[in-house]
Design a protein around this ligand. Sequence first.
Ligand code: BTN
Length: 341
Amino acid sequence: MSLSSSPPDDKLSVRLLAALRADRGKPVSGRAIGEMLDISRAAVWKRVEALRKSGYLIESIPRRGYLLQDEPDTPTASAIARGLDAETRRHGLFSQEKIHFFSSVDSSNDKAAAMARSTAPDGTVVVADHQSMGRGRLGRVWDSPGGVNLYFSLILKPEIEPRYASQLTLLTGLALAEAIGVTGVAGVQIKWPNDILLTGRKVAGILTEMAVEENRVQHVIVGVGVNVNSSVADLAPELATIAVTIADQLKKKVKRSALMADFLNRFGVWYRRYLDSGFAAIRPVWLEMSGILGQRVRINLAKESFTGRAVDLDADGFLLVKRDKDGTQARVLAGDVLLLG
Ligand code: BTN
């Protein structure tokens, strides 16, 4: 997709679109819009032209006005904010003002880290339509074509000890699995610690990074990439058998802004429970959605690799694996897990 024009998020365009959306299916006259926005009819026409260039399908109906037929699916701040529910708005962790949309960034995690080091508050969201250097775990590349998927990073500033930051990955996975499930796909599963699978193939990944000073968390950046509307056929051949997209499974496209808003609403609920009651509030639901207990797994660590059976997720979120070799129990904090069934 061309990224030459970023969607208009200026106040006048946003108000113009609101006027067109208000009476969906009915044209609104240029004069009425001009009066609402306190601009001339010529200025209204100019704005409409700019919106058309950004992908809005706005029909001009002679003597009746402008009719909004279709909107581009770009996860701008205003598009996402339209899907934030009353509870999210009341608590204020996420809001339109705290969502920063970019047509293209190197990596939303890097952009978010730079913002977190300045004044960005807890709940700031960096969302990008495209990433030129999207990163996955263990130095892997996260393929980030424009116009199709979701790439975003949350800036969190919780008062927790650094050793608990990985719990935020699990919490994010839970909210993400729920939100992805609501699109109607089958077989959503969380794979410890940071993947979401659809019928066994990866649909989303989480990259959590943090800044620590004197054993205190300065900020945590939770980066999320979701394969939404791209096609696995467009991916590198080695990914074709291990990755999946929501659209490929549903055989139709999903509105990215709505999916992202749904995720933020759910994340906010789990995050508040977590801050109030700790990981104990997350663990049982996470376990249910992961289905990992009892499964045979291969754990790949930096210096060691072993197979065993996942027997529990302990109170801190560590995976407990009974080694095949000698029956001893390993407490795994971070690593690559291969589900062997
Ligand atoms: C993984 O599965 O290895 C984690 C993938 C995380 C990708 C997301 S996309 C948004 C954010 N920015 C990045 O550069 N990476 C994360």
